[in-house]
Design a protein around this ligand. Structure first.
Ligand code: DAH
Length: 346
């Protein structure tokens, strides 16, 4: 290589720089910057191959060519680095903006389980009675004939037995037809004063718009000194107004139950017609919601209480019926079909 070669090189370097300066104006991404990097200072570029062959130049030319090539390389490198940084940060910002979470979007609907309406109403009723000082008791669903009938003043030949379509398991065991046997079981184990309610499942061979073979009752029992019918009325009126609303009227009708004397059925005024009579209340203006009465002193024989010392009252109600009246449900079977369109409404 001679002097002419070296000035050729210097001129070509200047051209490379000029061309780079034009190209760099047009880039619009880090990727394009990279392409220019390969082209101008990549392994096969004029600048890098020139640097690699400086050693082949005559000794007196080497310093000038070497210096100039290096200077151009560094200038180009500096511009490339700066541009690369700029586009990378631009692209990073853009990426962040694209990935931004929009907190105002509606969330995904998670299907969470919740309490069945029957469980919720049982809890509501429990709260009302616990608020009046009652405790919660329980008894078995598989019961003996003795507790379900016999000790409740319903001997084998008693006509009231035909009211119950009982699921018998053996001659003497059965699925309880009501929660009343809890009265006897609790009195056997405890002495007065007694203030309990006993919620639970009961079973009868029945299936139609107002009966399912399994349903739910809540039993109530109070035994203490000096308990009278006025106490029963006060407790039930308070309960009914709390569960159905203050404006509802309550009425007691004489009735018969084997284990209470006197007995009554309790009605609440129909809120669909406000008592003037409609289809729901069968034109009477009243809806029957529970059975109640003074504990028949005869029962105390079975649990060794002295009827001269204590007196009590009892009541029993169907939870499904209370739910149906409270929420205007017209078919009891809906509670147990597990159709989410029904269950989700509560
Ligand atoms: N056990 C009765 C039934 O299933 C309901 C009942 C009525 C319970 C009067 C009572 C009561 O405790 O006093 O039909």
């Amino acid at each position: 290589m001679n002097t002419a070669d070296s000035s050729e090189i210097i001129k070509k370097l200047a051209e490379e720089k000029g061309s780079f300066n034009r190209d760099i104006q047009k880039v619009s991404s880090a990727e394009e910057v990279y392409k220019l990097k390969v082209r101008y200072i990549g392994a096969k570029s004029f600048i890098i191959s020139t640097l690699g062959s400086v050693g082949n130049l005559p000794a007196q030319l080497r310093p000038a060519v070497g210096r100039e090539t290096n200077t151009v390389k560094k200038e180009i490198e500096a511009v490339l680095n700066q541009k690369e940084k700029y586009f990378k940060s631009l692209e990073f910002d853009h990426g962040l903006r694209k990935e931004k979470i929009d907190l105002s979007l509606p969330g995904k609907n998670m299907a969470a389980g919740k309490k069945h309406i029957i469980s919720a109403v049982i809890e509501e009723i429990e709260e009302i009675f616990v608020g009046m000082g009652f405790e919660i008791a329980e008894g078995p669903e598989v019961e003996t004939d003795y507790y379900n009938f016999e000790a409740l003043n319903t001997p084998a030949d008693h006509p009231a037995r035909s009211l119950h379509d009982t699921f018998f398991i053996t001659e003497n065991t059965l699925l309880r037809t009501h929660t009343s046997p809890v009265q006897i079981r609790y009195m056997e184990k405890n002495k007065p004063p007694i203030y309990i309610i006993a919620p639970g499942k009961v079973y009868r061979k029945d299936y139609d718009i107002s009966h399912t073979p399994m349903f739910t009752q809540i039993e109530g029992l109070v035994v203490d000194r000096g308990i009278n019918f006025g106490n029963l009325k006060w407790v039930l009126e308070k309960f009914i107004r709390e569960i159905f609303g203050k404006e509802r009227k309550v009425r007691f009708r004489p009735h018969y139950f084997p284990f209470t004397e006197p007995s009554a059925e309790v009605d609440v005024s129909c809120d669909i017609c406000s008592g003037s009579g409609c289809r729901t209340c069968g034109g009477s203006g009243w809806l029957e919601i529970l059975g109640a009465g003074m504990v028949d002193p005869n029962l105390y024989r079975y649990v060794n209480y002295d009827p001269e010392e204590v007196a009590g009252f009892a009541f029993g109600m169907g939870i499904e019926r209370i739910c149906m009246l409270k929420y205007g449900i017209n078919d009891i079977r809906l509670f147990y079909e597990n159709d989410l369109r029904f269950i989700d409404q509560f």
